[in-house]
Each structure stands twice: as C-alpha cells, then as structure tokens.
Design a binder for this molecule. Structure first.
Ligand SMILES: Cc1ncc(COP(=O)(O)O)c(C=O)c1O
Length: 369
C-alpha cells in the first residue's frame, strides 16, 4: 500500500504513541487537580506547550491548545467579533475551516470580501492594499495551501495590516513541520496549527497568539488554557502533539530535504505523460505537495483506480471529497471546471520512499494509457 495522502493526515509516529501511552493508562489525573495525580499531568501538558512553542519559536504562554486546526481557526476568527471594525478580508483559497466561520459572520452584520489570487494561487500586497478599508478589522490568509501546496509570502501582507491596526491571522496547519515557520518573522497576530499533519494524533491543535490581540472564547466553563479555551485538557493528545512538534523541530531539515527529493523524482517521472499539468509549478510550494491535472480524465475515477492498485491519493481537498463540484481553490485560480475535475493531489510524507514514487509513476502511466 502506498500512502500519498499526507496532507489529509499523516500516520502517527511510533515515538508519539510511546509518549502518549502512559497518559492513557498510568497517569489518569486531571491537570487542574492540586494533588500529585494532577501535578504530574499538568507538568506533561506544560512540557508539550514548550515543545509546540519551540517549533514556531514563541514563548509557551503564547500557545493555547484546542481540539484541532478547525477549532483553532474558528477561535482566531472569533477575535474579529471584539473588533469595532466590521470588515473582514480572507484569501480566496482558504480552507473551509476559515472561509465558513467568516461567511457565518456575514449573517451577523460583518461585511466580508475575498482576496483574489493569481493563476499560480499567489496573493500579493497590491491586492491587499486595494481591498483594505478604514473599517477592516480582521484579515486571514493561509500560509500554505492544502491542495496546491502554494506558500504565501505572509510577512509583507501582515506588515501592511499591522500598519493599519488590523488583526492578521494565518492558518499554518499545512506549513509547520514541512518548512521553517517562525511566528515572529511572519509578523502575524494569530496563527493556527494542528497535530495530525505532523505525525501527531488527530483532534488536537493550537492557536499561537501575540499576547496583545483580544481573544474571544468560543465557549465558557472552567478557567483552563488561560480562560481562552475552557474544558478539561485532552492530555494524551496534547502530550502526543508536543512529542510530534519536538520531532518536527529536530528533524525539519532532514525531512524537508527528503520530501523535496521525492517530489522532484515524482514530478520528473510524470513529466512525459501527455496532457498533464502540475498546478502552480512556477510558484513557491511545499516540498511534499503536487496537484496534478490530466486532460480528459475524471479525477475521482482515477483516484478509485489508483486505490484498487494500492495507492492512496486525494482528489482536491479530503474535507470536500464527498462533493463532485470542482475545487473552489482551483476555481479561484481560474482553472476551467472540466480540467479542475481531473485533479488529484499527491501529498508525500517522511515515511515515503523513492521506490514508492517510482512504483506510483509506473502505475499512473499504466492507468492513464
Ligand atoms: C489548511 C488547513 N487548515 C485547517 C485544517 C483543519 O485542521 P483539523 O483537521 O486539525 O481540524 C486543515 C485540514 O485538512 C487544513 O488542511
């Protein structure tokens, strides 16, 4: 079985499972309890906070654990509610966990505008400058796209927002662990991250904040996570996320080199298939993501045929794999609908090998032929 769907989720690292195990068995305490059972798990949660903070080069008090990237995005967007300015801008290729909560706000009086991208999926300062208004209070632009792997140059966009006193959020769920991501260098106020894209467990993520942006809890209860995200902590998953973040910090260079070598071999291998295009091949992309368009091919059929041959890829985004509509990301990049429906996304992981890439290239060529 060849698993090339690592942007949907990554397999959990064995070191992560080992780190989590005692917190599912031996150490069952509640981190809020003052006795020793509580203290031991509280220490583990704080160690995980430090590990996540180290990955993005912030202080641990800037990390708030959530139930994943989706909640982190929703929580960051909720900060727009506390702003007196009611205009929100967001990138046209954002993940639904950003675009949907923002659309939802339009029903409570917020005015929302999408920031268009160019044909390569890039968003430039000029576009942002032209869309900013005196009433703009919140901007969200993703760091790396889950379908195309396109990396946005966030710092100049965020700096523009800072000059205007506008809150800037970036969804870094797909970029952490695949490239160096330093919160402070991006110049953003808020950032979202997730555990299961970096070989950690599902159902855990975090927001990274600059300490000065007012954060609005999504729900109310005990005072956990500094009153921002109440509820008894998902201790084992937080510990697993911390371990995954530590591995990502330690192995970042080796992992991204390995991914790049796989991606180069893959894209070279398929380059002679007629009618094939690699989306955003001219743009700066993640070292693991290649979205492929194939003239006159149905992407979903191709996905099923690849599955029958033991290869797992995705057609467009995994989160929208139920629908047959062309990907909104490709639509925003002006890819014609018929061609967009041929898309398959190959997303590589640290566990993949050059042999798997070579087998995939042969299988794809056989199916297309
Ligand atoms: C760019 C991006 N943002 C957010 C999410 C949601 O993260 P989670 O699955 O942890 O809720 C995903 C998941 O695919 C994603 O790719």
């Amino acid at each position: 079985m060849i698993y090339f769907d690592n942007n949907a989720t990554t397999p959990i690292d064995t070191a992560v499972v080992e780190a989590m195990q005692p917190f599912l068995t031996t150490f069952h305490g509640n981190p809020s309890s003052l006795h020793r059972h509580g203290r031991v798990v509280k220490t583990a949660v704080e160690q995980a906070r430090q590990q996540v903070a180290d990955l993005v080069k912030v202080n641990p008090d800037q990390v708030v654990f959530t139930s994943g990237g989706t909640e982190a995005n929703n929580l960051c967007i909720a900060s727009a509610i506390s702003s007196k300015k009611h205009h929100i801008l967001f990138g046209a290729t954002e993940h639904p966990s950003v675009s949907e909560p923002i659309r939802h706000l339009s029903s409570s009086g917020f005015i929302i505008d999408e920031l268009p991208v160019n044909k390569e999926g890039g968003l430039n300062e000029e576009v942002l400058k032209n869309s900013l208004r005196a009433e703009t209070g919140f901007i969200s632009v993703m760091h790396a796209n889950n379908e195309t792997g396109v990396i946005q140059d966030i710092a100049p966009l965020a700096s523009l927002a800072q000059e205007m006193g506008v809150i800037f959020h970036t969804d870094a769920v797909q970029s952490i662990g695949k490239m160096a991501v330093e919160f402070n260098s991006l110049n953003v106020n808020l950032m979202s991250v997730s555990g299961h894209k970096i070989y950690g467990p599902k159902g855990v993520g975090a927001i990274i904040h600059d300490r000065k942006t007012p954060l609005e809890p999504l729900f109310y209860g005990g005072g956990q996570e500094n009153q921002i995200r109440p509820g008894t902590e998902n201790v084992a998953s937080i510990v697993g996320f911390g371990q995954a973040a530590q591995l990502a910090s330690e192995l970042l260079e080796d992992r991204s080199k390995h991914l790049l070598a796989l991606q180069k071999s893959l894209e070279q291998g398929i380059s002679d298939i007629s009618g094939l295009t690699i989306v955003s091949s001219e743009a700066e992309r993640l070292p693991n993501t290649s979205q492929i368009l194939l003239d006159s091919v149905d992407g979903e059929m191709l996905l099923m045929q690849l599955d029958q041959r033991g290869v797992a890829v995705s057609s467009g985004s995994a989160c929208s794999s139920q629908s047959k509509a062309p990907s909104p990301v490709l639509k925003a990049m002006c890819v014609p609908d018929k061609l967009a429906l041929s898309a398959i996304r190959v997303s590589l992981g640290q566990q993949n090998t050059l042999q798997e890439v070579s087998d995939f290239v042969s299988i794809l060529k056989e199916i297309v032929a």
